[in-house]
Every structure is written in structure tokens, then in C-alpha cells.
Design a protein around this ligand. Sequence first.
Ligand SMILES: C[S@@+](CC[C@H](N)C(=O)[O-])C[C@H]1O[C@@H](n2cnc3c(N)ncnc32)[C@H](O)[C@@H]1O
Length: 272
Amino acid sequence: MAEQIHKSDVAGTTWDPNQYLKFADHRLRPALELLNRVPLEAPQVIYDVGCGAGNITRIIADRWPSATVYGMDNSSEMLEKAAAVPSGIRWIQDDVMTWTPPEPPGLIYSNAALQWVDGHEDLFPRLIGLLPTGSCLAVQMPLSWGMVSHRLMRDTLSDGGPNRAPIGSESLRVAMARKWVEDADIYYDWLASRVSHLDIWETEYVQVLQGEDPVLEWVTSTGLRPILNGLDDADRDIFLNTYRQRLRTAYPMRADGHTLYPFRRLFIVAVV
Ligand SMILES: C[S@@+](CC[C@H](N)C(=O)[O-])C[C@H]1O[C@@H](n2cnc3c(N)ncnc32)[C@H](O)[C@@H]1O
């Protein structure tokens, strides 16, 4: 079995719930589209894995008011924010790689979280193995590795320093070079023989963003965090100066002041 590491471990990352929630509308849409494809009438026990600040968890709890709903995350910052809003949701701090649900799940839902966890070849069958017959796993993950914004992160770490020198440590560059989410056919091969119903699809959202450097703002709350946390102050400045310019060229502001940021996402709904 491959050693299980988390992308967020690479640089001892912390989450900033407020930065993450800045683009709440764009982030909400795929979460709801995933939820709408869950083919269950009334799951009794639901887990929102990697629940973050709990925004989606509360929507899940509203959709199935008689269910017991758990929000699970390994970030105390996110859970603190989640628990600050009164609700009947049970918040638990745990790591999805080693987590065991306290009650048998009817639904394990995970939006925009599992891309931070390595070892999907083991993780996905493990999650399916936690499900009793008739229950469901629903997952959405960004397919960001191939996107220009993320390629430019890797390029800038490799050649963005003075005299086109690499920036930061070799281990950071290696971690950022990893493709953390596989293509859809790989998940199909891992899951198809283990489930009774499997729905897999991809959607590219042409996100219309506002502001001076909106793509930089976007990635600052997610994919750029391991780099920002993994560089010292001087290297972070060098990185950001080059990266910001490259993003402005790759994603030019339109005549009306908006910036288009196409963003691709993978969805998986599996019923056992
Ligand atoms: C991008 S946020 C998504 C939050 C929420 N699902 C949403 O859609 O708004 C990713 C979340 O995954 C959590 N996470 C990352 N690795 C995790 C792990 N190994 N176990 C549990 N949660 C994890 C992070 O702490 C973070 O709150």
C-alpha cells in the first residue's frame, strides 16, 4: 500500500474559512448539483466529509430534516466556524483516511475535500466499504491539475525566481507536481465492480469573477495554500510577483472588467 500523505501536510497548512467563503456562490453550485444527483429518499445517517465551515452540511440537514447529520473535518479552524452557527448537526474532528463513522452511514457526501488526500486507490474502496447496502457515496473534486492556473503554479516554482531559478524546496515542487485527482475512468475502474449504481460526470464552469486579480484570489483560498505556507517571506514575494503577472496574461480582464476563469470538476455518485 502506498504511504498515505495529505497534500495539505506538505507545508503544514492551515485553513482560512473567510478567504474560502469569498467565492461562496461559485463554490455552492457544484455542491448543490452533486446533492441533487443523490438518488436516496430518506437517508437516516449522513456524513459530510471535509465539511469545512458547514455551509453545505446545513443545506444537507435542511433537505433531510429527520436524518442525523454529521459534519466531519480535520481542521479545527473550519469546525470552529461551523459550530458557531446553531444547528442540530454533530461536528467531529477526524481524518478521512483513518476515520470510522460512529453509526452506519446512509450517505457519505464530500464536496471539494478529497482532492487534499492522497491514496485514492485505497481511500475510495475504503469509503465504499463503510456503506451498508442501499447507501450512497457522493463526491465532487476539482480537476485542477491540468488547468492553466495550476500549471502556472508549478512553472513559477520551477522557473520563477531571479535568473529563472527554482523557488522553495524540492519537496514542495514534487508535491505540487503530483496529480492528486485521477481521471474519471480510473475511478470507474476502482468502483464499478463494488457498487450497484455508478454515475460519473465532469462539468466545466466558466466562472465570471470580479476584482483586480480574481484568479489569484481564488487559488489563494485553495490550491495555492501549500505554496504560500511552504515558502519563506522572501520566496513568497518572488513567487507572487511572477505568478500574479502570469495569471493576468493567461486570464485577461474582459472589456466589462470581469475575468473568466474556466474551472473543471469531477462528480461521482455511487450506490452500493
Ligand atoms: C475546500 S474545503 C471544502 C469545504 C466544504 N466541503 C465545502 O464544500 O464548502 C476542503 C475541506 O477539506 C478538509 N480536509 C482536507 N483534508 C482532510 C482530511 N484528510 N480529513 C478530513 N477533512 C479534510 C479541509 O480541512 C477543508 O475544510
